[in-house]
Design a protein around this ligand. Structure first.
Ligand code: BGC
Length: 266
């Protein structure tokens, strides 16, 4: 029988309190995985409340769910988060490096270095910190899956977002290199590269009819993606259905990288 069965697997999803991360957590829980919901605690407590809701929805699906606060750009906080997961779940089978930010739009010569660094610190260093902790455990257990959430912008340049494009291109190479390091240890490392998925990160674009129209011109499928469409793909790739897949970034983008401007003429 062909099923996505993650029963008994223990997963950590970073940046799981909203958007794509929340949808991935939901899909993993639907497939039977226990989930650790990572979030960045903010003084208002809003993120903690959102993470608690995601965990509650997972529990309603019959799995164990915990919330783990950590700023993944800080190696010390990531170490502590993994220690908590060890205590609560006794190990980890799936890591989804999802947390990321687009950053502040600014062309290189107008940008503030601190904003630039922050994007790299979260999107790339954060994924590295979490992969490092996960692999310490997975290499001993001799099994595990890491899914890095990249972007179409690992290959499509994006004016105003050089830190973002660099972080995602680097993440794709981190994925391949870690896949090479661990393939003979029973571990798979792969990427999912979403296109324009309707989430809070790009709300200012889909909220405005003019910018939405411009965006849709860039998507051959002529619609934005739903977070659940990423969630499902991550669950599939994290499962034994994808047991021989390691290394690549799978595009889930409605054809965004297919040079839609070439659909006619040329
Ligand atoms: C970005 C979104 C953007 C999409 C398509 C994603 O990686 O996070 O803000 O809408 O790429 O350009």
């Amino acid at each position: 029988m062909i099923t996505i069965d993650l029963k008994g697997r223990r997963a950590l999803v970073t940046g799981a309190s909203s958007g794509i991360g929340a949808a991935i957590t939901h899909a993993l829980a639907e497939a039977g995985a226990d989930v650790a919901v990572n979030y960045l605690s903010d003084p208002t407590g809003q993120d903690a409340a959102a993470a608690a809701k995601v965990a509650e929805a997972a529990r309603a699906l019959g799995v164990r769910a915990i919330c783990v606060a950590a700023d993944i750009s800080d190696a010390g906080q990531v170490e502590k988060m993994f220690a908590t997961i060890d205590q609560e779940f006794g190990g980890i089978d799936i890591l989804v490096n999802n947390a990321g930010i687009d950053g502040v739009a600014a062309r290189c010569w107008e940008s503030d270095p601190h904003n630039w660094y922050r994007v790299i610190q979260i999107n790339l260093f954060g994924a590295y910190h979490c992969a490092r902790e996960a692999l310490k455990r997975m290499t001993v257990a001799r099994h595990g899956v890491i899914v890095n959430i990249s972007s179409v912008h690992e290959s499509i340049p994006w004016s105003g977002y050089s830190a973002y494009t660099c972080s995602k291109a680097a993440l794709a190479m981190l994925t391949q290199t870690l896949a090479q390091e661990t393939a003979d240890l029973g571990i798979r490392v792969l990427g999912v590269a979403p296109g324009a998925i309707k989430t809070p990160i790009n709300e200012s674009v889909w909220n405005n009819p003019d910018t939405l129209k411009d965006l849709l011109r860039k998507i051959p499928s002529n619609r934005m993606g739903e977070p659940s469409e990423i969630g499902r793909m991550v669950a599939l790739l994290a499962s034994d259905m994808a047991s021989y897949v390691t290394g690549p970034s799978l595009l889930v983008d409605g054809g965004m990288v297919l040079y839609p401007s070439f659909r006619h003429g040329g």
